[in-house]
Design a protein. Structure first.
Length: 237
């Protein structure tokens, strides 16, 4: 299993729902996805990013407190469906494991709720805010074939695509974001605040013009200060 890097048709595809018959088979893949996510210092990964066009994501936006060791605690969501997006939004710089070497400012709702299944097929209700809400929206986009580029106006998109081509030519790998301050599924926010985990190197992805590769988050980035994800089991009775 490896991370698919843009451009690849699977990243632009609307993924199909996981059927009850498929779920047991996907469980092993889901665990592999989590391993790959941690290895790549990501905080989220969607199945299409590993070439599986199914509605399955894994996310872990837990941020250890100063001095605490990072304990993996992945949340697997199957067939997630948004039930609420807050009107309140903020804009923050995001990275993507499938778009290494660059970051893009994206406006997202600051809170959301969704319903999904866990890997055992149990219904779960998720409430998320801040960084977790942003990361979930990023991963849900992947399930509908939407990458960070699709959030841009046509001119910014061309600029970012050029920047991405330069970053790839410079050897950018999944996990590189070209900046140390962002969210999205690359998880550099988590990495840089996690004790003992070095922030990913930006040198490999830096274009020759040293300022061109820096992405400064616009707006107040509350997504970094209030990571919260709450899962409730649903009563089937
Ligand atoms: Zn992504």
């Amino acid at each position: 299993m490896r991370i698919i890097v843009a451009p690849d048709p699977v990243l632009r595809q609307k993924c199909s729902s996981v059927t009850p018959e498929e779920l047991p088979k996907l469980t092993k893949k889901a665990k592999q996805m989590a391993k790959l996510m941690y290895k790549s210092e990501g905080c989220g990964l969607a199945a299409p990013q590993v070439g599986i066009a199914k509605r399955l994501i894994v996310i872990d936006t837990n941020t250890p407190k100063e001095g605490e060791k990072f304990e993996p605690n992945p949340t697997f969501l199957v067939n997630p469906v948004l039930s609420r997006l807050s009107d309140e939004k903020d804009t923050c710089s995001e990275g993507c494991l499938s778009i290494p070497g660059i970051s893009i400012d994206i406006e997202r709702a600051t809170e959301l709720e969704l319903d999904a299944l866990d890997l055992d097929g149990n219904e779960v209700h998720i409430e998320a805010s801040g960084f977790a809400a942003r990361a979930l929206q990023h991963e849900l986009d992947h399930l509908d074939g939407i990458t960070m580029f699709e959030h841009l106006d046509p001119i910014s998109r061309i600029e970012k695509l050029q920047e991405f081509e330069q970053a790839k030519a410079a050897g950018a790998k999944p996990g590189d974001t070209g900046t140390t301050s962002n969210a999205g599924d690359t998880g550099t926010t988590k990495s840089s605040s996690a004790a003992g985990v070095a922030a990913p190197s930006t040198s490999a992805a830096a274009p020759s013009d040293s300022t061109a590769g820096m992405v400064v988050p616009s707006g107040t980035c509350t997504t970094n200060t209030s990571p919260q994800i709450t899962a409730h089991g649903k009563d089937s009775s």
